[in-house]
Design a binder for this molecule. Sequence first.
Ligand SMILES: Cc1ncc(C[n+]2csc(CCOP(=O)(O)OP(=O)(O)O)c2C)c(N)n1
Ligand SMILES: [Mg+2]
Length: 595
Amino acid sequence: MTDMKQPNRAVVQGRTRMTPSEAFVESLVAQGVTDVFGIVGSAYMDALDIFPGAGIRFIPTAHEQGAVHMADGYARVSGRHGVCIGQNGPGITNFVTGVAAAYWAHSPVVVITPETGSLTMGLGGFQETEQLPIFSKITKYQGHVNNPKRMAEITSRCFDRALLEMGPTQLNIPRDYFYGDIECEIPQPIRVGRGAGDEAALDEAAKLLAAAKFPVILSGGGVVMGDATAEAVKLAELLHAPVASSYLHNDSFPASHPLWCGPLGYQGSKAAMKLIAQADVILALGSRLGPFGTLAQYGLDYWPKNAKIIQIDADAKMLGLVKPISVGICGDARSAAAALIERLQGRALACQQNKAERDTRLKAERAAWEKELDGWTHETDAYSVEISARSSFMHPRQMLRELERAMPRNAMVSTDIGNICSVSNSYLRFDAPRSMLAAMSFGNCGYAFPVICGAKIAAPDRPAIAYVGDGAWGISLNELLTCKREKIGVTVVLFNNGQWGAEKKNHVDFYSQRYLGVELDNPDWAGLARAFGCDGIRVDKVADVGPALQQAVKNQADGRTTVLEMMVTKELGDPFRRDALSKPVRHLDKYKAYV
Ligand SMILES: Cc1ncc(C[n+]2csc(CCOP(=O)(O)OP(=O)(O)O)c2C)c(N)n1
Ligand SMILES: [Mg+2]
C-alpha cells in the first residue's frame, strides 16, 4: 500500500482494472485538477475518500452556491477549470444560481452532480430530482454517465468541452455508478486551438483598418481569456488607436497605457464613450458586444451609427448577433490580433496622417474625464443631496476614489451587483489581465465574496478584494465560515448604506419614493465578522480608507479575512435599468394613487 500522506499525481497509463471512483479521480488528475469546491455528501464519498491520494484539495464551503462561485473565481483567475461537487438533490439544486452566473462569465467550470441511484430513479426516494433539465440552459455541455464503464470517458469530455466552449459543463453521475469493477484507459485532455480565423475575413478587416481615419479598439473579455493583452497593446500602438474596454472587462487593457480610455457601459468612462462615438472603424477584439454593455449612459448615445464594425469572437454564434457588423472573424483574440498586426505592419495607414490630431483629442478626453471624476465627490440629484446632508458618513464616490488610490499592485477585485458596486466601475483600473471579477450579465447579488475566495485559492500571492453592498452581503456572508476554517485571507469592502440601494433608486426615480422592501436593519457588521473569527474594521472617515485597506491586505498573508465596514451615506448614483423602466400607469380606481 502507498503512503496515504503522499499524494501521487502520476496518472495510471494504459487499459487498467480499477473502480469507477478511481477512474473518475484519475480523470480529474489527468485534467490537471488540484482543487475541488463543495459540500460533503454520501453520494460521492467513495471518490472523495481518495482525493488526498491524488493530490486534490477539497475545499468545503458553507453553501453550494458559494462552491460554484468559488470555482468560477478560481477559473477566471487561473485560466484553468474550476470544479465543484455536491450531494444529489438539494446540494445540486443549490448550485443553480452559481452555474448561471458562471455561464454568463464564460467560466470553464465543471459542475459535478452525483444523482440518485440508477436503480431507484423515478421511484421518489430520497433526494431525488431530475438533474439534467435543471441545468440544460445554463451549461455548454451535459455529460451523463449512463454506464460505470464510461466514467473516465465522460468525465474527461466534460473537462475538454468546458475549455473548448468557455463555459460550465455538467457531469451527472448516478451515485451507484461510483462502485464496481471496470477496465478502462484514462483519456488524455483534448485541447483545440481556434487560430486566427478565416484568411479572407482577416484580409478584409486589415483593409478596413488601413483605410480608417479614426479607428477605435474595443477590447473585451476574449482578450483576458485568450491571454491577448500584449497583442492588443501592439495593435493599438500600430494604429495609435484609443482603446475602450467592454463593460466590466476593465482588465482587458492596461490602464497605465497612454491609449487606454476606460470602460464603456453603465457607470463607465465618458472618455471612452466620447472617443468611440467618433470612430469610423471599430475593432471589437474578443467581444460579443452584449446589449447591456453598449447602452447609452450619462445621456450619451455613443455607439456610432455609421462606423464599420469588425468583430472578433471565439464563438461564431456571437458574430453580428447584437450589433450589425461589416466583418466577422471567428478566432482567438490573440491569434487574430497577431494576424492583423502582420497584415498592417509596414503598410500605409490612413490614420498615420492625423495621428497628432487624434492624440490631442484622446488626451483631452482622458483629462476631461479625470477632472470630472475628481470634482464628482458626491451625487448631485435632489434626493441624494438632501439625504446625504443628514449624514456624517462618507460619500460613496469619495470612498471609491480613495480605494482606487490605495489599491495594491496586482490586486484582484471582484464586484457585486448594487448601486455602489456599479459606481465603482469608473474607479477600477488594472494593469494586468485576470484582475477584475465582476458579476457579469447574470447579475446576481451575492457573487463577489465567494468569487474572490476562489480567486485567492487560485492566486494566493495576489491581493484579493471583494466590493459588496450590505444587501448582497446578507446573501453571501456565510462563506466567512469557509474563510476562517480554510484560512483563506481576503478583504471584503462592505458598503454599509443601510439599504438595497440599487432598487431604492428605482423607487426614487420612478415610484415617487414609495419605498417597499428596500430598507435594511443591519447588525454591527465589523463585530459580526469578528464573531466568525475573522477581522472587522469600521471605517467612517475618508482619511481612514487607505490605511484600513492596507491593513486588511496585510492580514491576507496570514490567511486572515477582514471585513472593512464602510459607513456611507444613502445617496444613489444613476439607476441600472433606466432602459427598462417606465413611469407607472394605473387604470383601476383603487390604484390611482400609485403613480
Ligand atoms: C440574487 C439577486 N436578488 C435580487 C437582485 C435585484 N437587485 C439588484 S441590485 C439590488 C440591491 C443591492 O443592494 P446592496 O447590495 O445593498 O448594494 P447597494 O445598491 O445598496 O449599493 C437588488 C436587490 C439581484 N440582482 N440579485
Ligand atoms: Mg446597500
